[in-house]
Design a binder for this molecule. Structure first.
Ligand code: ADP
Length: 279
């Protein structure tokens, strides 16, 4: 049961009492679960045929089976791009589902924030160059307690978005700092958090969308998936990963001036991590 309390206000803004509105949410939850299962089964079934279509197209593109007319080549290119988009979508859905269901174990260890950023910048260098974007990061000495691969996936998603939504000739900056707000966590008094930030000078995000973009299939502009090749799942995956580390993720933005995405991870202090389990 979900209970919502609505204040009953009379003259002079005095609260006279409360109405309690109860609703049965078990049906809604069951429908959500069925929807999740359906999406995951369909995605799983799509993966094998898609992979085989993708490899066949790649072989055709080599020209070893005979050359194509220029129109044929153009069509092959479109088919290849669209198949790649579908493969990406299906993989994202499956990734998200796996993380959400807790089926994966995060392999947490002490990681240097600097190394996580260097790897991300290396992975995104070519894409950034193609789009005319400079990538830079501020060196730091922080060490976090994290699953290296999943955090690099998170940073890569954020940097990829920053590149996609920025004008060419601008810079995307990665940084890390000690989190001053989150360090008095009542449950884990002794834990400090490190805040990672990915800052761009792009188109920005409207204030009323800053939270919903972390939900599945949410895009500020629905034509983005066509124009920018996105799926609307990247940030939902990032959120699951960060929360799986006991951290938080959020965004701040100024319209047409840029956005900054932040997430926190527990700092690794040599003496305390062995006794703390976030998962
Ligand atoms: P997508 O695959 O569409 O990028 P995401 O979940 O990663 O999916 O992002 C959801 C939406 O949030 C994007 O479609 C875009 O509208 C908005 N968004 C994300 N990052 C940025 C950014 N750096 N600048 C502007 N908009 C962004």
């Amino acid at each position: 049961l979900s209970v919502t309390y609505i204040p009953h206000i009379q003259q002079q803004n005095m609260i006279q009492g409360f109405f309690a509105l109860t609703s049965d949410i078990s049906d809604r939850k069951a429908i959500e679960r069925m929807k999740d299962e359906f999406i995951s089964v369909v995605s799983h079934e799509l993966r094998t045929p898609l992979t085989s279509i993708h490899s066949s197209l790649k072989i055709l593109a080599t020209g070893k089976l005979g050359s194509l007319s220029s129109q044929g080549e153009r069509m092959l290119k479109i088919a290849d791009e669209q198949t790649e988009r579908l493969v990406h979508l299906v993989n994202n859905v499956l990734d998200l589902q796996r993380i959400q269901s807790g089926k994966i174990t995060m392999n947490k260890q002490a990681c240097k924030a600097r190394d996580l950023m260097v790897e991300t910048v290396q992975a995104m260098k070519t894409f950034a160059q193609e789009q005319g974007i400079r990538l830079s990061f501020k060196p730091n000495e922080f060490v976090v307690w994290a699953d290296r691969d999943y955090i690099i996936q998170t940073l890569t998603n954020l940097v990829s978005n920053a590149i996609k939504f920025s004008p060419s000739n601008s810079t995307v900056i990665l940084s890390a700092a000690i989190d001053s707000q989150n360090n008095s966590d009542s449950k884990h008094q002794s834990i400090s958090y490190i805040t990672f930030a990915v800052q761009d000078r792009g188109q920005g995000i409207p204030q009323d969308r800053l939270e919903t973009i972390f939900e599945r299939f949410q895009q500020v502009d629905s034509s983005d998936s066509r124009k920018k090749g996105g799926t609307g799942l990247g940030l939902a995956i990032c959120r699951q990963i960060v929360e799986g580390h006991g951290g938080q993720i959020w965004a701040e933005s100024c319209f047409e001036q840029g956005s900054t995405f932040y997430f926190t991870l527990p700092e690794h202090k040599a003496s305390n991590q062995q006794s703390i389990n976030f998962s």
